[in-house]
Design a protein around this ligand. Structure first.
Ligand code: ADP
Length: 511
């Protein structure tokens, strides 16, 4: 009998991923490996730039010595003497600039490509997940991973590599990214503050002590200059390392979240399983004692011990109150979810063993209340039902389903805004029938239309139903007029519906 559960429990909050998801290095490596050449080149260039950085203070010191010597009186030879060290310094500056340009450009390229490939992989990883996954995961979260997390990871990645200097090798306390970030924030702040004080102290001390050494001729002005510039370089590196550490931590946790999703295997794979050859496909569907509750609401049975047979080439209407489980029956038939108990068979084969892509792509046509149209031509919108279809096939489908008022070449507008409800619905019919499905699911296909459009669409649907097994999900009596069999589906309180026999679960032939 019909189950009448108490107030359905609220869906549990989908679990947030744990903040310290370990970073999957082997998986990351598969993205990095194709970029290895560019990456190695970047590292070599960056190391070269770092070496020159060490060399520059020395050259600068030599130049200052020459300047100081000339300043003491030998002005005549100044230009001649200063030219060599000055040119050398200029050359080193230019070389350093070139190397910097080179490694940053390479890193940008590597970062862009790795991020691009990760984004593509993530997108297809999401597409292959079963529908239940999207019930449990908020769409916003997924979009964040596609955009923000990958962006974050990419910029950290670039920054991390660009700071290649001997000091960076000391910056790897970082294995579990998320856990560290808070202490690290404090640590970085303290480190930065203290190192600023220390380094400014060094500058002051150097000038003070260096000045007295210079007065005693024990130190040349150039040596003092070298020391000052070198200490500045060290200060700059330390500052960027502290920024880098924060960035690495953030980047690793963003990356870990992305890689975690990439590894996720769908519970119902998109492809794989048996198919039934076209010549022995009749389209007889049986629901055998099916029970089902949505994975996000395990304690709330939507269907309990539900049995229904759809004979080949007949139309079976399921009626019941809103929320009674009608659309759920259709979703189970398309294998968007797996029954909790019982089986669904197509011509005697359990659909759990059939290839979902084949089932959805070739066997079942689905027409919903609100068809989803894309911002392209009507023709392409129809072709979407069978991506390999020829133009002739598409035109034929358009002609058959009486989309005569608009040319198939017309754009459908963004989400079909250029079309009326009836036109959109007929495009959806043509799309669903392009693959000539043995089974057709009509989910309240005319309920959003006005009376006139409804009549036209209804006529198109009746033509479409001929020779197919049709599962008709209906709210209104007018839509079930042509059905061979009417089945009540209800999980909530018994609905105010036309008499369909004593037992609501027994199919009731209408004609
Ligand atoms: P109908 O098509 O008869 O209006 P549905 O099959 O859409 O009913 O819904 C049946 C019950 O399942 C409702 O209580 C609904 O809230 C619940 N339900 C539908 N879809 C989901 C889902 N994706 N996750 C959790 N519960 C759902």
């Amino acid at each position: 009998e019909v189950t009448v559960p108490a107030v359905p429990p609220a869906a549990p909050e989908p679990p947030e991923p744990p903040p310290d998801t370990p970073f999957d290095w082997p998986l990351f490596w598969t993205f990095l490996r194709p970029q290895l050449l560019a990456l190695s080149a970047a590292v070599v260039l960056a190391l070269g730039a770092a070496l020159l950085n060490v060399h520059i203070p020395v050259l600068l010191g030599q130049l200052v010595d020459v300047v100081a010597r000339c300043a003491r009186g030998h002005v005549a030879t100044y230009l001649r003497e200063v030219r060599r060290p000055a040119l050398r310094l200029l050359a080193v500056y230019c070389l350093q600039g070139l190397l910097t340009f080179g490694y940053i450009a390479l890193l940008a390229r590597v970062g862009e490509r790795v991020a691009g490939n990760m984004r593509k992989a993530l997108f297809s990883a999401l597409l292959r997940q079963e529908v239940a996954f999207f019930d449990a995961t908020r769409t916003g979260q997924l979009v964040t991973r596609l955009t923000a997390d990958i962006q974050e990871f990419k910029s950290s990645f670039k920054l991390a590599i660009s700071q290649v200097s001997p000091a960076v090798s000391r910056v790897s306390p970082v294995d579990r990214a998320g856990r560290l970030s808070e202490q690290l924030g404090l640590g970085i702040a303290a480190f930065q503050g203290l190192s600023n004080v220390a380094l400014n102290g060094i500058v002051l001390g150097t000038i003070f002590v260096g000045g007295s050494l210079m007065a005693g001729d024990q130190l040349s002005p150039g040596d003092l200059m070298s020391f000052l510039v070198a200490s500045q370089t060290v200060q700059r590196s330390l500052a960027s390392i502290s920024i880098l550490m924060g960035q690495v931590v953030r980047g690793l946790s963003a990356g870990a979240r992305v890689l975690e999703l990439l590894r996720l295997e769908p519970l119902v794979p998109l492809q794989g399983g048996a198919t039934i050859p076209a010549h022995s496909l009749y389209g007889r569907i049986c629901f055998n004692h099916v029970s089902f509750s949505y994975p996000t609401r395990p304690g709330y049975p939507v269907l309990q011990d539900f049995s229904l047979t759809l004979p080949p080439c007949q139309t079976v209407a399921i009626v019941g109150p809103s929320g009674g489980g009608k659309s759920t029956v259709a979703a189970l038939l398309e294998r968007f979810y797996e029954p909790t108990a019982g089986t669904i068979t197509l011509d005697g084969h359990d659909i759990a063993g059939l290839d979902p892509s084949w089932l959805r792509g070739q066997v079942i046509g689905f027409i919903s209340q609100e068809p989803v149209l894309f911002g392209t031509t009507i023709m392409e919108n129809i072709r979407f039902g069978k991506p390999g279809a020829s133009d002739a096939e598409v035109y034929e489908a358009a002609r058959l389903h009486s989309i005569s008022t608009v040319s198939p070449r017309c754009p459908a507008g963004e989400r079909g805004t250029a079309l009326s409800g009836g036109q959109k619905q007929r495009i959806a019919i043509a799309r669903a029938l392009l693959k000539d499905p043995a089974v057709l699911i009509l989910d309240e296909a005319t309920s959003a239309l006005d009376a006139q459009a409804e009549r036209a669409v209804q006529a198109a649907l009746e033509r479409a139903a001929a020779g197919r097994t049709v599962l008709l999900i209906a709210h209104r009596l007018s839509t079930i007029r042509g059905a061979h069999l009417i089945q009540l589906v209800a999980t909530a309180t018994p609905p105010p519906l036309p008499p369909v026999g004593q037992s609501p679960r027994v199919g009731h032939p209408q004609q």
